[in-house]
Design a protein. Structure first.
Length: 115
């Protein structure tokens, strides 16, 4: 059974940076896509970025040029480097591992951006 643990959230001023990490344990990681989602209070969970097993990346329009997703299959980790953060980026960020036979979520990490 795969288990995901996110880390790296916190409080930062607008324009600052944070680096989120998602560590996987207990199962297949390298052959599945990994995504970062976020959910702000009172809003639906939304996809932020996704990286495929081959390293293909896609991003939400609102974060393009500011966020970078990457993966290290040897360490079973995916990171989300977030630069030039804005107050509207405030949310709980979740890691998701998804494949034909698997769909696992982490517990989330809070990101708060002050203006």
């Amino acid at each position: 059974q795969v288990h995901l643990v996110e880390s790296g959230g916190g409080l930062v001023q607008a324009g600052g940076s944070l680096r989120l990490s998602c560590a996987a344990s207990g199962g297949t990681f390298s052959t599945n896509a990994v995504s970062w989602y976020r959910q702000a209070p009172g809003k639906q969970r939304e996809l932020v970025a996704i990286i495929g097993s081959g390293g293909q990346r896609n991003y939400r329009d609102s974060i393009k040029g500011r966020f970078t997703i990457s993966r290290d299959n040897a360490k079973n980790t995916v990171t989300l480097q977030m630069n030039n953060l804005k107050p509207e980026d405030t949310a709980v960020y979740y890691c998701n591992l998804k494949g034909p036979f698997i769909n696992v979520w982490g517990q989330g990490t809070q990101v708060t951006v002050s203006s």
